[in-house]
Design a protein around this ligand. Structure first.
Ligand SMILES: [Zn+2]
Ligand SMILES: [Zn+2]
Length: 266
C-alpha cells in the first residue's frame, strides 16, 4: 500500500494508487488476467491484488483449481513486474457460519483475503425490504467476519447488500438505491461503533468499495476517526469497473487521508 503521501488539502495522493479487489474471468469477471492488469496499468494503479471468488458451490466460484489460480498469479507477478506493477494473490470469500472455505496451508499462499457477506440464509419478507430481522442477520455476519481469523479486509460493507431475487429487483441502479436505503436505516452509529471496535482489535481493514461508492463518506470519516484502517477496491468485473477507484480518490481528498489511514501493503 501507499507510502506516506502529500497531506495538503487539495492533493492527489503522492503514494502509489492501489486496487485490492478485482475479478478476472477465472471467476465471474469479464476480463482476462492480462486484460485486467493492462487496464490497471493504464489507470495508474501500481499495486493490484487479484481477488477472484473462492466460494465452492456458488455460481461465481473459481473456474480453475486453486493451485492453477496461484500459478497464474505468480506468472502474472513476474510478467508485470517489468511494467512497475506489483501483482498480489488474493481471494474474496463469503462470510457464513461454515467458516472459511480454504485450509490454513492454502491461506498461507495468499497475500490478502477479503471476506464479504453475499447471502443470508434466513427467509425474508419480500414485501418489506427493510425487514429488521433480515438485516440483523446481515449485520451479525459482518461482525462475525471481523472476528474471523485470516480475513484481512471486509468487502463492500454497505454496497451490494443482499437482496431478493432478480424478479423483484431487476435493475442494478434500483438495487444500489435500495442498498443505500437499507444502509441509512439499519447501518447506524451503534453498528459502526461495534465494527470499529472489532476492526481495530483484530486488525481488519474496511474497504472503500468503489463500484458502489460505499460506505458513505460520513461512515468512512467515523471509521477513520475511530482508528480503522481502509483498503481500496474497485471490485471491477468488467472493463468499465476494473481499476475505477475514483470514489476512493474523492474520499482521500475530502477527508485528507494519507497512507497511515490504509492497511499495510500485503
Ligand atoms: Zn463481493
Ligand atoms: Zn468482489
Amino acid at each position: 500500500m501507499p507510502t506516506r503521501g502529500d497531506t495538503s488539502p487539495d492533493h492527489v495522493p503522492a503514494w502509489p494508487m492501489t486496487d485490492y479487489h478485482v475479478h478476472t474471468d477465472l471467476s465471474d469477471g469479464k476480463c482476462s488476467l492480462s486484460e485486467v492488469l493492462e487496464i490497471e496499468k493504464e489507470s495508474g494503479i501500481r499495486q493490484v491484488v487479484i481477488t477472484d471468488h473462492f466460494d465452492p458451490g456458488a455460481f461465481n466460484h473459481l473456474k480453475v483449481a486453486f493451485s492453477d489460480y496461484l500459478k497464474a498469479l505468480d506468472q502474472a507477478a513476474l510478467r508485470w513486474k517489468e511494467d512497475g506493477i506489483t501483482v498480489c494473490k488474493g481471494v474474496e470469500v463469503t462470510i457464513d457460519d461454515a467458516g472459511l472455505p480454504l485450509g490454513e496451508s492454502d491461506l498461507d499462499e495468499l497475500d490478502l483475503v477479503i471476506g464479504s457477506v453475499h447471502r443470508i440464509d434466513i427467509g425474508r419478507n419480500v414485501d418489506d425490504w427493510l425487514d429488521s430481522e433480515y438485516w440483523g442477520e446481515h449485520k451479525r455476519l459482518v461482525l462475525k467476519g471481523l472476528e474471523t481469523p485470516r480475513v484481512d479486509v471486509i468487502g463492500h460493507i454497505e454496497g451490494y447488500l443482499s437482496f431478493p431475487p432478480e424478479e423483484v429487483m431487476p435493475d442494478d441502479l434500483l438495487h444500489l438505491e435500495a442498498a443505500a436505503k437499507v444502509a441509512r436505516t439499519h447501518f447506524d452509529r451503534d453498528f459502526y461503533r461495534e465494527v470499529a471496535e472489532r476492526a481495530r482489535r483484530n486488525d481488519v481493514g474496511v474497504e472503500i468499495h468503489c463500484a458502489t461508492r460505499t460506505p458513505r463518506l460520513e461512515v468512512i470519516r467515523f471509521l477513520v476517526d475511530h482508528g480503522v484502517k481502509l483498503s481500496i477496491g474497485s471490485d471491477g468485473h468488467n472493463r468499465r469497473e476494473v481499476a475505477n477507484t475514483g470514489y476512493a480518490l474523492e474520499v482521500i481528498n475530502k477527508l485528507n487521508l494519507h497512507s497511515d489511514h490504509f492497511i499495510a501493503s500485503p
